[in-house]
Design a protein. Sequence first.
Length: 621
Amino acid sequence: MVKVKKTSITAIIIKNTIGIIIFFGIIFLLSGYFQEDKKDDKNINLTELVNDINAEKITSIKNTNEKIDIVYKDGTEKTSKKETQSSLTETLSNLGVDKVKLALTSVEIKEDKSVGNIFVNILPFLFPLLLLIVVIWFFSRGIKGAGGQAFSFGSSRAKLMGSDGQKQKITFADVAGVKEAKNELEEVVDFLKNPKKFANIGARIPRGILLMGAPGTGKTLLARAVAGEAGVSFFSISGSEFVELFVGVGASRVRDMFKVARASQPSIIFIDEIDAVGRVRGVGMGGGNDEREQTLNQILVEMDGFEPSDSVIIMAATNRPDVLDPALLRPGRFDRRVNVELPDRKDRLEILKIHAKNKPLEKDVRLETVSERTPGFSGADLHSIMNEAAILAARENKKQISQHDLIRSIEKVMLGPIRQTHALSKKEKEVTAYHEGGHALVASILQYADPVHKVSIISRGRAAGYTLKLPNEEKKMQSKLEFLDDIAVSLGGYVVEKTIFGDLTTGSSNDLQVASALARDMVTKYGMSDAVGPIALEPAGGRAMFGNNVESKNYSEKTNEFIDNEVSKIMNEAYERVIDIINTNRECLDAISKTLVEKETLEQGEYEDIIRGFGIKVEKE
Ligand code: ADP
Ligand code: MG
Ligand code: ZN
């Protein structure tokens, strides 16, 4: 990575300071040479000169600037010096020269514009200037060291990743899955390699390409891969960098970046996390954030300013396409939108293989198992699973990564690290065991809930314990019955605490939040409540305001009340179902909890053995 352009004062000063210092150093020496006094006995002072004139000892005086050459009647030559500014005769008469005697000597006055003397004259002015430059240089270096960029604020901070400037070239081979996105982008690569082919046939290639997808799905990676494949200059800047320092800087950075990119076509400009600048304008206090709007406007202006023949492609990435300003999405701007999806099971395996490349794996490692157990994980999650597994193995001084390391790291990535310091008391252990047992039991009994893979009362992240449930296969859609079962499973822990211990802990707060949010979505988004009917009351995403998302409510207070009633109806029905399950399977729950307190963690097999013993079917259709 190379910084492309630094038209900053700092850069100029730093570049030239050494030159300036050497330059002035030479002048200094030279002028010193011209200046050098010939220190010998021939040198007399002005009073002696006046005395000698008055004594009629002198034939001629020659004056060049401040230097005085004197020739005596006896043939000896001497020198003297006077002030540069004052005239010789004036100086001499001030010292009391006899005017008549002076008239008898020949006086020649000559002005010498020799190089040395000019420098001597201008040096007093240049020296402070030089000093000033040096001071500014140190000052700006200090600022840079402190992390600021005060002197380069106007220039683009886009980073160039040229085909050779980059150490490791990223290509499409480094990106697994996301087939549709890759197909779309291959067209772009083709265009960048071969703009003539498209121009000749009159095809207009999309100027702006917007990559949309959940965080960690590989949007940034894809953009870099396009540059790597096409072998063109790649200018990358993050939306948040535009709004960093001073007001008015964002717009000039945009201008600068586009200028540089145009000059080095064919090229790609990549604006990562464009939602930081590209949010809908005109909302928020006082008409919105001026700085952000100006930056956005400048982007729009620059995008409109391209000639059809320009081969500059602008890519942008966001995980919030819903908040983007519609003007960005107009034809001629980011009109080509590419969805970057979360990977499915096959893609996850491919991604794992890519990230396993430089990691020695034991022979019996089955990455397939890892990909089966990680539905909903993004590429970035899978990357960190491989990395965590390598760290775990290295910590235990192993040469190779084992399957066990991989499985452990899935849980670490999913739930956070084990909290070893957090030892539960005997009572807490029992409550946690029943709570988790409740989730697991309800999940096993309900037909549409996901099967249980693991139950544990080891604290991880913020949870006291956890129950891992995984779908048998990838689901693209969820049904109402599945939602209802999911809500019941979430309530499992809460209901158990309440009915068995007659008390509640704070451990259920997250469960309740998840369950209520789900119930609310069923009513307001999916039309799954009979009483409300087929209306979507909530927009897909919120609106941006003060940097937060405020859900805009486009329904009345009365409807609001109605929704609340529907949500609590769903929750209460789920509550009743769970009570029912617990009452009829109390012995099974006791058994699960007892084993959990003993073993702390139950793997799928151990857990299924217990519930089978109570006649609960493990397989679901
Ligand atoms: P995004 O920009 O979408 O948030 P990134 O492109 O920054 O995600 O991805 C983060 C990291 O996750 C990448 O550097 C890469 O290691 C890994 N990754 C994500 N998606 C993929 C993929 N499809 N194939 C391979 N690696 C991926
Ligand atoms: Mg990114
Ligand atoms: Zn819980």
